[in-house]
Design a protein around this ligand. Sequence first.
Ligand code: ACO
Length: 525
Amino acid sequence: MINVYNSLLARDNGVMVQHPVSALTVGDLMSSPAVTCAENTSLGEAAGLMQHHDIGSVVVVEEGKVAGILTERDLLRAAAGGSDPNTEPVRAWMTANPDVLGPEEPAGTAWASLRHHRYRHLPVVEDGNLVGVVSMRNLMGAASLTAGDASLEAPRGLEGVIVATTAVGDVRGHEGFYHYRQYSAVDLAASRQFEDVWHLLLFGELPDLARRREFLDELHAHATLPESFRHVLATVASAGSPLEVLRTGISLLGAHRALQPLSDIDQATARADAIGLGAAVPVLLASTYRLARGLQVVEPRSDLPLAANYLWMLSGTEPDPEQARALDQYLIIATDHGFNASTFTARVISSTQADLASAICGAIGALSGPLHGGAPSRALDMLDAIGRVENAEAWLRSAVASDQRLMGFGHRIYRTEDPRAAFLRTVAQRLGGPLVDLAVEVEQVALRVLDELKPGRELHTNLEFYAGVVMDRCGIPRDLFTPTFAVARTVGWTVHVLEQMADNRLFRPSARYVGPPPPQPVPDL
Ligand code: ACO
């Protein structure tokens, strides 16, 4: 099997693989000539160059020598920092004196450098002169060109592999930044309410006050579950954990509402199904939670937004505005987050054109695992087990030394602090209390212990560490932490399903067979 991708990876690991593509050099793959600008070019002009040439970077040249590189990522950082693109010079945002490659260097060296440093572009220099730029896009393009009918082998866990395009949002792990559409998710959480973000993701724009009212009314119309369906729910409410009951409830609701396969409906119907499911999830959760405890169901109210309504339906008491706002902010923070495991699951299922409820049930299954959405209650269990800050050092050391994972730390994408954790820390501190104080202190010890015992792994606090703390302070029971995460994520999942539906291609990868060589004679009985 010709395996270009694998060959590049093998070189990364210091192993040379003999096959045709190993002869490729940086010079074979680079884009040439490179598009350049000067240090004092404005960001606006540089952005224009990138757009005009359909490229993701420009090389900054001074006196014929490479002085820096400016990428799309730098432009976004500059925009987020409030820079004026007409006056701000490239110099202020470029990476100065970037690493460079020579045209004769093997393609594997470029791959290793880009992958290791998480760069997307590197200037190519020969005898001190700029001769081109090599990018991840060049390498991936070469892989698909050269492999022809043969398979490409992706790294385990698909780390770093782009499997689709999306306009929903993205995560930039090195910068500790993520966004919904064109807005920073953290900025949205600071200033908007959950339904606004829902509207943004669903319709592509934030609502004004009148439109928000209209959208809230639409959501409320879907929030009441019919009496006939309640009876069905009552029979399953105590059949398992709240998350299992939610997964089952969504499956039943899909059947009850006769949701059709995506192949048989148009975008408008699928969007209506998405709104209907998203609005029903908090009601399903709160009612089954109460039914399982022999309590009467509390009806949703049309005067409350989703977060406050959820607290109301769970407790039957007037929600505290501070808690309702904290929960609202948590839901915004947790709505979407790139191609995580549950979102990918939802997209894979919808790529078969199954119905929306099937995609959401699958996504809930993926979310339930401790490496994904199952961590917040475990993070709180950890705080309980530690009990007092004096115990933290010994407890955490012993856990890491015995190869346990500290719940709420580490992330596949973030190589710096998870912005969701940083934001939720401030929300938790606003709510205050001994649990929050303990969490803040334990976090510091955990980061120090991880840095010492797992050096170089870049393990930082993730969303889940403070998610549990915030939810606990909002009065949400521990076994509802992951289901409450699902309230927010259902919005993200459904929007991804709509996007997949709009431009679908069935996900159907391959696996490398490593079992006993076939065919072998089938033994007689
Ligand atoms: N505690 C201790 N060590 C850790 C942790 C952790 N939380 N996370 C990663 N490591 C270590 C691993 O043991 C490994 O060490 P090694 O090189 O000695 O073998 C190294 O860091 C790299 O780990 P990977 O498994 O390759 O990292 P990956 O990117 O696959 O994992 C994950 C990301 C699953 C989130 C991981 O950090 C983890 O298990 N964290 C704890 C669970 C958690 O908090 N989950 C919530 C994630 S956020 C979300 O889904 C919303």
